[in-house]
Design a protein around this ligand. Structure first.
Ligand SMILES: Nc1ncnc2c1ncn2[C@@H]1O[C@H](COP(=O)(O)OP(=O)(O)O)[C@@H](O)[C@H]1O
Ligand SMILES: [Mg+2]
Length: 275
């Protein structure tokens, strides 16, 4: 069995519910008793409609938000309390790629300068066996020669490539991708998805791959967890979840997919019949 890199046990996150002027406000259970295991080198897709708690789960998995209760372990160790020195060291190991790359980057710095800054912040040498790490990673994500550009000089797809480069240059064990292609045009989406898929296979990094779009999740995931109202309602190998969805909610997600291939059409039509 492959080792678990990330484990969530009975993780819950409430928002609100604090004492207010007229009594106590109702708490939102954004994440409600979630158990998840991400194996080393695995792509686990998290899918569910907007508001189902995916991003909250992603922030907790990345260690940038603490759960209200439950336990998160990275390689068998609990996350250090947020903002401590130990936490900052851990942050290198679990990186995040969010929806809007222009917000993730500093508009005042060139792309190369931002990647060098990240390396310096983590005390990593700029050269690896004589090769400039920044140049190498930019080439790997398809941005050869574009390191001298500022964010406003790049397209949406190029910006997301830069964000991916900045995450990968730290050689993380896990990348949490939260709606990483959702803001991009459909044609660009496919390019970025293929890049993420290739990089994953090449580097063996694990992804927690979050999207509201089951078609996108299916394209990259080994395993899929379906989330509804803060809970995981179904989980299994991606092909299995598509071929034999067990939960009515999963069936409704599959039934809503546009069918691009005959196989997808068959799966969708079967799900529509069963839904
Ligand atoms: N920081 C926050 N404060 C209050 N409520 C929040 C916060 N973040 C998320 N929520 C609420 O938690 C629920 C889940 O949100 P989210 O995790 O963003 O879902 P998703 O990513 O699936 O759309 C929603 O009802 C949302 O309004
Ligand atoms: Mg979200």
């Amino acid at each position: 069995m492959t080792a678990a890199v990330l484990e969530l046990r009975d993780v819950t996150r409430h928002y609100g519910g604090k004492r207010q002027w007229l009594g106590r406000g109702a708490a939102i259970r954004a994440v409600d008793g979630v158990d998840l295991t991400l194996a080393a080198g695995e792509v686990l897709g998290i899918v569910g409609e907007s508001g189902s708690g995916k991003s909250t789960l992603g922030r907790i998995a990345a260690g940038i938000e603490a759960p209200s209760s439950g336990m998160v372990t990275f390689q068998g160790q609990r996350y250090a309390p947020i903002d401590t020195a130990a936490w900052r060291r851990q942050r290198r190991r679990v990186q995040v790629v969010f929806q809007n790359p222009s917000q993730a980057l500093d508009p005042r710095l060139t792309i190369a300068a931002q990647i060098r800054g990240v390396l310096a912040a983590h005390g990593i040498e700029a050269l690896e066996r004589g090769v400039d790490r920044t140049e190498a990673i930019l080439s790997r994500v398809g941005l050869t020669g574009l390191g001298t550009r500022f964010p406003h000089q790049l397209s949406g797809g190029q910006l997301q490539r830069a964000v991916i480069a900045r995450a990968l240059v730290l050689s993380p064990e896990v990348i949490v991708c939260d709606e990483a292609v959702s803001a991009l045009d459909v044609s660009v989406q496919a390019q970025i998805l293929n890049l993420l898929k290739d990089l994953q296979a090449e580097l063996g990094v694990a992804y927690l791959f979050i999207s509201h779009d089951l078609g996108v999740v299916r394209h990259v995931s080994h395993r899929i967890a379906v989330m509804q109202r803060g809970r995981i309602v179904e989980t299994g190998p991606a092909s299995e979840v598509f071929a034999r969805p067990q939960d009515p909610y999963t069936r409704s997600l599959i039934a809503a997919l546009p069918a691009a291939t005959p196989a997808a059409r068959r799966a969708r039509d079967a799900a529509r019949q069963a839904a």
